[in-house]
Design a protein around this ligand. Structure first.
Ligand code: SAM
Length: 243
């Protein structure tokens, strides 16, 4: 059985399988946060299939999407063309990202930072800071420690649909979790093809992320839960910081 890198198979199905996350409401909530600042152009780190990148473009910002997965980026580019949402899409790893271009804001929405190994978090914050203009804004979220404890660690999640079945077997690790993801995708002849990939995610506390921000020259403006929920019980921690 061949196990591919995270999102190699899932890329085509990610936004479809996530249709219950209410991307519309979620992106509007984030856009309202951005609107508090005079922002023009943004870098969406871990843009994946590009849902948020396109939503920020529709809200009037000039957008660049960055992702380490070529398959996610292919999906994002095709979808942007389909929806007539202009934007630049770059294949790259935020742990090594350098750019001569400056952005007035950077976003990393829906767990991208959970994929960053602990020893690379500070480098990521530094690379983001270097990509921002002075006064530039960073808006990102992570899956919260309580989500890891209650919904990820040593669980199995399943989404069974007619055209695709998603299964994720999640093992707790000392610093996060390993997710073995299997998809069964229906082929035109009615048979199902099995596809496997592995995701490694890291659990970050509010304190660890706050330290990484402040030691890299950011001012932390707020930490909230998902869509303004109570951050002690929410599935997400949402950080707003300024260079
Ligand atoms: C859960 S997906 C979210 C995608 C998108 N933001 C969305 O919500 O639809 C996380 C994304 O982060 C990307 N990612 C993980 N590590 C990364 C890295 N080091 N540099 C850039 N992107 C990364 C993954 O490839 C994936 O597309």
């Amino acid at each position: 059985m061949e196990r591919k890198a995270a999102y190699a198979n899932l890329a085509k199905w990610f936004e479809y399988l996530n249709d219950d996350c209410d991307y519309e409401n979620w992106s509007q909530y984030l856009i309202e946060k951005l609107r508090a600042f005079p922002l023009k152009n943004g870098l969406d780190v871990g843009c994946g299939g590009g849902w948020f990148t396109r939503a920020f473009h529709r809200a009037g910002y000039t957008m660049t999407g960055l992702d380490v997965s070529a398959e996610m980026l292919d999906f994002a580019q095709a979808q942007a063309v389909k929806e007539g949402a202009r934007g630049e899409y770059l294949l790259g790893d935020i742990t090594k990202f350098r750019t001569p271009k400056k952005f007035t804001f950077v976003t990393a929405i829906n767990d991208c930072i959970n994929y960053i190994p602990k020893n690379k978090l500070s480098a990521v914050m530094k690379n983001i800071k270097n990509a921002l203009t002075k006064g530039g804004v960073l808006l990102f979220d992570v899956s919260s420690p309580c989500k890891f404890r209650n919904k990820i660690a040593n669980t199995v999640s399943v989404d069974d649909r007619d055209d695709v079945t998603y299964m994720s077997f999640n093992r707790e690790e000392q610093d996060g979790a390993t997710l073995d993801v299997t998809l069964f995708v229906k082929r035109p002849d009615g048979a199902y093809e099995r596809l496997d990939e592995t995701h490694r995610q890291y659990l970050y506390t509010e304190e660890e992320l706050t330290a990484a921000l402040t030691e890299n020259g950011f001012t932390l403006l707020e930490v909230t839960g998902h869509l303004g929920e109570d951050k002690t019980t929410s599935d997400r921690l949402v950080f707003l910081a300024q260079k």
